[in-house]
Design a binder for this molecule. Structure first.
Ligand SMILES: [Zn+2]
Ligand SMILES: [Zn+2]
Length: 292
């Protein structure tokens, strides 16, 4: 052991902690040293992650005491530990959609449709997805929350919004039929720009809440597309054609997938994702979005 310590001192390391040069000619001892170093680095990384989360919590608390944060909707002062920019009362005022909905795209229909029906768009179009659930309208507090999550990196709001989505799924979908949960992916350039995918945050917490398997990388976005804001309905569908690819075909053969996204607009994204998943062998693709 004494000689081992000496050998470490004589060695120099690359950034991953591996010994890349040593006086030691005993390969077995060198392997042991590598294992010791890997274990040490592993413990250090785990410890620093736990410490970092605790540190972040107290950092925000201190920041909120020095520079108090206010609710983005009602402007009341938020409590010191809040990292969401929205108060509990405003969050509880999110308006949840009530039926009747279009049986296909989930559009909120007026009461003349009775208990069920297809909207005029779905009567003409042949979508790949089976059913879409939209929790709320993309306006008011819901819109503010999604903006805070997406552009102000308020990831804790994602956990709260996923709570609304879980309740909605339990109410309008048979959860026993869900085999797998996945999310609409962003192109890697968007991930670099934003740092995270808001749909992944929602999907991950929905999967935890429903005790289902979550496959983050089921879909790959292999095409960088133009922002839909600038396009009309037809151009949106063309823009997304073949933009997604299913990574693993073996694991989804005959399965029912629940796809998660933050917003449903024209249905082009959900449709292209569902197409890729079904072409890979899935039996059903249902979609849930926080807003429409
Ligand atoms: Zn408020
Ligand atoms: Zn419809």
């Amino acid at each position: 052991m004494h000689r081992t310590k000496l050998l470490i001192k004589k060695s120099w390391f690359n950034s991953t902690g591996k010994v890349i040069n040593s006086d030691c000619d005993n390969n077995f001892r060198l392997t042991l040293i590598n294992y010791e170093i890997d274990a040490f680095y592993g413990i250090v990384i785990l410890y620093s992650k736990i410490k970092m989360n605790a540190f972040k919590k107290y950092y925000y608390c201190l920041l909120n005491i020095i520079y108090p944060a206010f609710c983005s909707v009602c402007k009341i002062k938020l409590d010191a530990f809040s990292n969401t920019n929205i108060c509990r009362k405003c969050l509880s005022n999110i308006i949840i959609n009530e039926p009747p909905f279009c049986l296909k795209c989930g559009l909120k229909l007026d009461l003349s449709y009775g208990a069920s029906g297809n909207c005029s768009f779905c009567s003409k179009e042949n979508f790949y997805f089976d059913k879409v659930l939209n929790v709320s309208q993309y306006s008011g507090i819901t819109k503010t929350c999604l903006h805070l999550l997406k552009y102000r990196q308020k990831k804790e709001l994602g956990i709260k919004l996923s709570g609304f989505m879980i309740d909605f799924i339990k109410k309008y979908l048979n959860i026993n039929t869900i085999d797998l949960i996945s999310s609409v992916p962003l192109h890697k350039s968007k991930i670099r720009e934003r740092g995270f995918n808001q749909a992944e945050i929602l999907a991950e917490h929905i999967a935890i809440g429903l005790k289902k398997k979550y496959d983050r990388g089921l879909l790959i976005r292999n095409k960088k597309t133009i922002t839909h804001f600038l396009l009309d309905q037809n151009a949106r569908f063309k823009n997304l054609a073949a933009a997604f690819k299913c990574r693993d075909t073996a694991c989804i053969k005959g399965k029912s997938v629940l796809l998660v996204d933050d917003i449903f607009t024209s249905g082009a994204t959900a449709n292209e994702c569902a197409k890729a998943i079904k072409q890979a062998g899935a039996l059903k693709v249902n979609v849930i979005t926080m807003a429409r």
